[in-house]
Design a protein around this ligand. Structure first.
Ligand SMILES: Nc1ncnc2c1ncn2[C@@H]1O[C@H](COP(=O)(O)OP(=O)(O)OP(=O)(O)O)[C@@H](O)[C@H]1O
Ligand SMILES: [Mg+2]
Length: 422
């Protein structure tokens, strides 16, 4: 059943629109802060959107209780993120004073600002260990927009998911801060600092040198491993819901780390095939069946992964309003240049200067196409995606024209070395 919900829009730097529909997730115990009752804020305009909802989208913040089984019989899920968080998450996170983070970021000064997203701003800061000893270490402090329950929900979800999840390809949450005073509520998150910012910064910002072919493959493989862990490696399946280049952060060695779990959601349990939810995410990345029905599965993330694969190949954003009309929507544009066609190379990022393996690029485009199948069930799982990417990295990490005798070349040197036709 669908009902009229609401969503918030912001114009992102990419010209895309972040759409956030009011919803709550089943979480909330443990960090000791209750929800507030208004959820719009002045960075966003409000509009109506069609969404489906069920009991756990009601707005209440409470421990997860999911229905399992198609006959409607209700039973508690074996595990939930909130129960895992209670068990082992919150002991590991440091609780910061507001003043401590204020001092660490030079009062949240503009000079310290690393970026701004849909829910708040991120600042670089320096903190000491909890015992006050040792050198100060760099951190990233996200200060959520002050007004609005949506900010609180994003914050709460992030604390609970990242308090429980642990993987080399997920950003590490060090701690949080929550204060409610007459001057308003403050919600902050403190992460390990990622010196190389995000994949978005490197792929689309001309100020940064272009990412090499090898590095693109390594980054997307790391991101795929992070997503596979969320889908298949945790007691509770986690659907990420916001897979995009700005949420793939890069450490000092350019290792990919997924960030932003504010929209993450527990996957279906028991006989359920999907979770029904209000539609949230970023335009240009959300799977069509999810937009149409609000039915969320891990395969919605696989779709978003397919979109990012094409962004990595082309160096183009999934949605770019500055391009001619026929090229604004990346997926509609690339479909004219299928992986096995003669003119496939037209889509490749000119910033690669032809230094890539055409064979691997075609394989990756085919993989992207399988992630972008209309029928969600036919899309590969993320562990299958990881396998394909691993093989591509092993065989073709070097550009063809750099390895004339290497495994990626195999007599295709002339083809590979030819510059792309744009
Ligand atoms: N841990 C971190 N270390 C270094 N920089 C970070 C870190 N987290 C975020 N940033 C920087 O801050 C920017 C803003 O992040 P944020 O997650 O708030 O917004 P976004 O990803 O651009 O958009 P959205 O709100 O839609 O996710 C990022 O693009 C990144 O450059
Ligand atoms: Mg982000």
């Amino acid at each position: 059943m669908s009902c009229l919900g609401w969503f918030k829009r912001r114009r992102s730097r990419s010209g895309g629109i972040v759409v956030v529909v009011g919803e709550a997730r089943g979480a909330g115990a443990g960090v000791g802060v209750g929800p507030r009752d208004h959820d719009d804020d002045d960075h966003h305009t409000t509009a109506s959107a069609v969404s489906t909802s069920r009991s756990d989208d009601s707005g209440a913040v409470r421990p997860v209780s999911k229905s399992a089984g198609s006959a409607g019989s209700s039973q508690l899920s074996q595990r939930s993120i909130s129960s895992l968080y209670e068990e082992r998450g919150h002991g590991q996170l440091r609780v910061f004073d507001y003043e401590e983070l204020q001092g660490a970021t030079a009062e949240f000064s503009r000079a310290q600002k690393l970026g701004e997203g849909g829910f708040g701003s991120v600042y670089k800061g320096f903190i000491r260990a909890a015992d006050g000893k040792g050198d100060r270490v760099p951190v990233a402090v996200k200060k959520l927009n002050q007004r609005g329950m949506q900010g609180h929900k994003q914050w709460l979800a992030e604390v609970q998911f990242l308090g429980v999840l642990e993987h080399p390809n997920l950003v590490k949450l060090l701690g949080y801060c929550a204060v409610d005073s007459e001057r308003g509520a403050q919600r902050l998150l403190v992460y390990e600092f990622m010196p190389n910012k995000s994949l978005e910064d490197h792929l689309f910002r001309r100020a940064n040198p272009p990412l090499s072919w090898n590095r693109r493959l390594q980054v997307i493989l790391g991101a795929a491993e992070g997503l596979a862990y969320l889908h298949e490696g945790v007691e509770v399946q986690v659907i990420y819901r916001d897979f995009k280049t700005s949420n793939i952060l890069l450490d000092k060695d350019f290792r990919a780390k997924l960030s932003d779990f504010g929209l993450a959601r527990e996957g279906p349990t028991g006989a359920n095939t999907h979770v029904s939810t209000a539609v949230v995410g970023t335009q240009g990345y959300a799977a069509p069946e999810y937009i149409d029905s609000g039915h969320l599965t891990a395969k919605s993330d696989v779709w978003s992964f397919g979109v990012v694969l094409y962004e990595i190949l082309t160096g183009r954003r999934s949605l770019d309003r500055n391009k001619p009309a026929a090229e604004q929507k990346l997926l509609e544009w690339v479909v004219q240049f299928p992986p096995d066609s003669r003119n496939f190379r037209v889509i490749m990022d000119p910033r690669l200067r032809g230094e890539y393996s055409v064979k691997a690029a075609r394989e990756i485009a085919k993989l992207a196409d399988s992630c972008l199948l209309k029928n969600a069930k036919e899309r590969p799982t993320m562990s299958e995606v990881v396998e394909v990417l691993r093989r591509a990295v092993q065989a073709h990490a070097e550009p063809d024209n750099r390895t004339p005798g290497g495994p990626g070349a195999k007599g295709k040197k002339a083809d590979a070395a030819a510059p792309s036709r744009r």
